[in-house]
Design a protein around this ligand. Structure first.
Ligand code: FES
Length: 95
């Protein structure tokens, strides 16, 4: 298990490690859009991760290519469907 804090609500949840950030957010009822079903094709699950980035899985090429095409990308940007939760706490900002 790990702790997931979601901004801007500031709510904190205990969620299972080893699942995607997208699945974790959906499982707790947070409003995240997934138009492509988690296939790294739609960019709708773009989030910022201000804390705990290092505990997430590394950015793979398919995610990197998608992120490059998003306007407003920042150094904390991730595609929630591609970021797998580790054991340490993560804070995610819904965009
Ligand atoms: S859900 Fe489509 S890119 Fe993540």
């Amino acid at each position: 298990m790990t702790t997931l804090t979601v901004l801007p609500s500031g709510k904190t949840y205990d969620v299972a490690a080893g699942q995607s950030l997208l699945k974790a957010l959906q499982s707790v009822g947070e409003p995240i859009v997934s138009k492509c079903g988690g296939e790294a094709r739609c960019e709708s699950c773009h989030v910022a991760v201000p804390e705990g980035r290092k505990t997430l899985s590394k950015i793979q090429r398919i995610e990197n290519e998608k992120l490059d095409g998003i306007v407003g990308i920042g150094s904390t940007s991730r595609l929630a469907c591609q970021a797998i939760l580790g054991e340490e706490a993560v804070t995610v900002q819904l965009l």
